[in-house]
Design a protein around this ligand. Structure first.
Ligand SMILES: [Zn+2]
Length: 252
C-alpha cells in the first residue's frame, strides 16, 4: 500500500453534521444510488432537502443490442425518479439529457451545473471522483469534473454572471474515491432504503447487479450480500458497520 493511502486511512473522518440541503451529481441514472444513496436517505430522514442531477440519458445502459436507446432513456428517467423518491429526495430530478457515453466537461455543460448549484443552493455536493485512477468510463470522469469545475464557477460572481446569484457549497463528497478519507455510517434500516432505491433501476439488473431474472430471489439475495460486504469491509471503518466511503473536500 502506498504511503499517502496509509496516512489518509490513519485519520479518517466520520458522519458529517446533517446538512440542510445536498445535491448529488451523477453521470447516469443509478450512479447516485450506488455512490451515495445511503447517505442521502439518512440525511433526508433527518430533514435534509435532497436533489438529484443526472448528466446523461442512460440510453446505452444495456448489454442487449436489440434494445431501443430512446425507449431505454425514457424508462431510465422513470426509474431514476422513483429511486430519488424512495431515498426521500426532491422530485422532479434534474436531467441534463446528454447522450450516454458522449458526455463532455466543456463550458456548455459546466454552465448547466452552475445554474443548478445557484438555483438549488446545496450546502453539500456529492459526485464522482474525477481523479479515480484507471477509471475507464469517460462519463464518470467528465461528470466528476463537471461537479468540481461547476462548484468553482458557481461560487464566484464573475463566472457566468448571467446565471444567477453566486452560491458556495460548504463541502464536497466524492464517491468511488481514489483517496477515500471519510465514511458515512449507514444503519440497517437505511441500508434497506438504499437497496430499494437500487432495485428501482430494474433495467440495470443484468448489467450492473448481476441479476438476469427479475423475480429471481436467489440472485437478488446475492446482490444484497455483495452490496452489504462492499459497504461493511473497508479499512476506514474497522468496526465493520455498514458505511459509504468518500473523499471529503472541505474547503471550497
Ligand atoms: Zn454510471
Amino acid at each position: 500500500m502506498s504511503t499517502y493511502l496509509t496516512s489518509n486511512i490513519a485519520n479518517p473522518t466520520h458522519d458529517l453534521e446533517v446538512p440542510e440541503s445536498a445535491l448529488a451529481i451523477g453521470a447516469h441514472p443509478d450512479d447516485i444510488e450506488f455512490g451515495c444513496g445511503g447517505t442521502l436517505a439518512k440525511w433526508a430522514a433527518k430533514g435534509c432537502a435532497i436533489f438529484h442531477l443526472v448528466c446523461t440519458d442512460g440510453s446505452k445502459g444495456t448489454w442487449d443490442s436489440n434494445v431501443d436507446g430512446d425507449a431505454l432513456a425514457i424508462r431510465r428517467q422513470q426509474e431514476q425518479t422513483e429511486a430519488a423518491r424512495i431515498l426521500g429526495g426532491t422530485v422532479p430530478v434534474t436531467f441534463l439529457g446528454w447522450t450516454d457515453g458522449e458526455l463532455q466537461s466543456g463550458m456548455p455543460q459546466r454552465a448547466q451545473i452552475v445554474q443548478a448549484i445557484r438555483r438549488l443552493k446545496p450546502e453539500i455536493v456529492l459526485a464522482h471522483d474525477p481523479w479515480k485512477r484507471y477509471r475507464l468510463h469517460p462519463d464518470h470522469r467528465h461528470a466528476g469534473f463537471l461537479a468540481t469545475d461547476g462548484i468553482v464557477a458557481a461560487r464566484d460572481p464573475l463566472f457566468f454572471p448571467e446565471l444567477g446569484t453566486r452560491h458556495r457549497p460548504s463541502k464536497l463528497l466524492l464517491w468511488e474515491a481514489d483517496e477515500p478519507d471519510h465514511t458515512e455510517n449507514i444503519g440497517e434500516q437505511i441500508f434497506k432504503v438504499k437497496l430499494q432505491a437500487l432495485k428501482a433501476h430494474a433495467s440495470q439488473y443484468e448489467s450492473t447487479m448481476g441479476i438476469n431474472e427479475l423475480d429471481d430471489e436467489t440472485q437478488m439475495a446475492a446482490f444484497e450480500e455483495k452490496l452489504r460486504s462492499r459497504m461493511s469491509e473497508n479499512s476506514l471503518n474497522p468496526s465493520g458497520q455498514l458505511a459509504e466511503i468518500f473523499k471529503l473536500v472541505a474547503k471550497l
